[in-house]
Design a protein around this ligand. Structure first.
Ligand SMILES: [Mg+2]
Length: 362
C-alpha cells in the first residue's frame, strides 16, 4: 500500500484525541532546538532531528502543546457550546499569558495582554496572519466530528487572538486535515482538496485554495517537500506567516499520512518555525496513527513538568469521555505555583540557548 493512498483503518476518536495531543507534544519537543534556524544551520548545529536535543535526551514542550491542552480543557469544561467555549478559552489563555510563557507569537501575547486589561474576547484579537490559531487547531479537528460545528470553533478560537481572515482559513485547513485524518478511511490528496474547497467556497479564501492546489499537484507529482519549498522561495525555512506554515505542513502530511516518524522529521528538516510546523504535522498524523504510531522512545523521552505525558494522557482521556458522553466536566488542571517556576526555568534555558546559537558552527 502506498503512503499517499491513506487507506488504513480509521482509529477510534479516543485514539485520535490521544494521538493528536501526544503527536503535537512530540513534534513540538523535537522541533524546538531548530526553531528559527535555516535548514542548513539547523543541520550543522544539531544534526538529524531524531532525538531531543535542547537538553540531550529530554523532550520539553512549548506554546504549541500548551495551546492544544488549553483548548482541550475548554472543550471538557464547556462541551460543544461555542458561546460558552469562547469566554472559557479566553480566561485560560489570559492565565497562560500571565504565567510568563517563553517564545510566543507576537499577536498571541498582545491579545493576551488585551484580555488582561479587560478587553472582551470578542475584541481582543489583533490583525495578524501568524500561525498561532493553526497551531492550536489539531485538537479541535480530533475532538469535533461535525464539520459545521468544527468551523464555528475554529472561527472563535482564531479571533480571540488573530483577526486577519488568513489566520482563520489556515487554521481551518489544519483542523479539517486533522478531522479527515482520523475520520476518512478513503482520504486522498484530491479528496482533502475537495472538502477544503467545499467548506470555504463562500469565503474570500482564493489565495489559500490556490496554495493548496499547488501542494496537491506537487505531492501527486512525487515532489519532496524541500523541493516544493525551494520552488516557492522558502528554502531557508518555513516562516510563522500562516500561508507559509500551512502549505508546508499540508505537503508533509499528504506525503506521509500514515508515517509519524518520517512526517515529523521531514517537517523539521525544512527549517524555520520548526516546533510549530512539526507540532501541527505531528497532531494531524497522530490523529490517524494514534499513540501506537508515535515512536515509543519519543513518547518516553518527553520529560516536561508539570505538563507530563501522564497528565496529557489524563487530559486526552477526559476529553474523549466528554465527547463520548456529551457531558461537561472539570478538566485536569495544573496549579500556577508549579507552572510559574517551570516557565521561569524554561525561559532561562531558552535565553541561554539563544546565546549558544550565536556561536559556530554557522
Ligand atoms: Mg513553540
Amino acid at each position: 500500500m502506498s503512503d499517499r493512498e491513506i487507506s488504513e483503518n480509521s482509529p477510534s476518536q479516543r485514539d485520535a484525541i490521544l494521538g493528536t495531543l501526544l503527536g503535537v507534544a512530540v513534534g513540538d519537543a523535537l522541533g524546538l532546538p531548530y526553531e528559527n534556524l535555516s535548514r542548513l544551520r539547523g543541520e550543522r548545529l544539531f544534526g538529524e532531528p531524531d532525538r531531543y536535543r535542547l537538553i540531550p535526551g529530554i523532550g520539553l514542550i512549548s506554546d504549541d502543546t500548551e495551546h492544544n491542552c488549553i483548548v482541550a480543557q475548554s472543550l471538557i469544561a464547556q462541551g460543544t457550546d461555542v458561546d460558552r467555549f469562547l469566554p472559557d478559552f479566553a480566561r485560560r489563555l489570559k492565565r497562560w499569558g500571565i504565567l510568563l510563557p517563553a517564545g510566543t507569537g507576537r499577536a498571541t501575547i498582545i491579545a493576551c495582554a488585551r484580555l488582561m486589561v479587560g478587553v472582551s474576547p470578542q475584541r481582543s484579537g489583533i490583525f495578524s496572519a501568524g500561525n498561532g490559531p493553526a497551531m492550536r487547531a489539531p485538537i479541535l479537528g480530533a475532538a469535533i466530528r461535525d464539520l459545521d460545528q468544527l468551523r464555528e470553533f475554529v472561527r472563535v478560537s482564531t479571533r480571540v487572538t488573530h483577526t486577519d481572515p488568513k489566520a482563520e482559513f489556515g487554521a481551518w485547513a489544519i483542523a479539517l486535515a486533522t478531522n479527515l485524518s482520523w475520520q476518512d478511511q478513503e482520504l486522498s490528496p484530491q479528496r482533502f482538496f475537495q472538502r477544503l474547497t467545499e467548506t470555504i467556497a463562500d469565503e474570500p479564501a482564493e489565495e489559500l485554495i490556490d496554495l493548496v492546489a499547488k501542494v496537491i499537484a506537487s505531492v501527486e507529482a512525487g515532489e519532496s517537500t524541500t523541493d516544493f519549498l525551494d520552488s516557492r522561495d522558502l528554502g531557508k525555512g518555513v516562516s510563522g506567516y500562516v500561508y507559509h506554515t500551512v502549505p508546508a505542513a499540508l505537503h508533509v502530511w499528504l506525503s506521509f499520512p500514515n508515517d509519524y516518524r518520517n512526517a515529523v522529521q521531514t517537517m523539521i528538516r525544512c527549517g524555520g518555525d520548526a516546533d510549530t510546523t512539526a507540532a501541527i504535522v505531528g497532531g494531524i498524523v497522530g490523529a490517524r496513527t494514534g499513540t501506537a504510531g508515535i515512536p515509543p522512545e519519543w513518547i518516553a523521552g518527553l520529560r516536561d513538568w508539570p505538563r507530563t505525558t501522564r497528565w496529557m494522557k489524563e487530559l486526552g482521556g477526559a476529553l474523549a469521555d466528554s465527547v463520548e458522553t456529551g457531558a461537561t466536566d472539570i478538566p485536569p488542571q495544573l496549579p500556577w505555583w508549579k507552572e510559574l517556576p517551570r516557565n521561569l526555568a524554561f525561559l532561562t534555558l531558552v535565553v541561554g540557548y539563544g546565546f549558544r546559537r550565536l556561536l559556530p558552527p554557522y
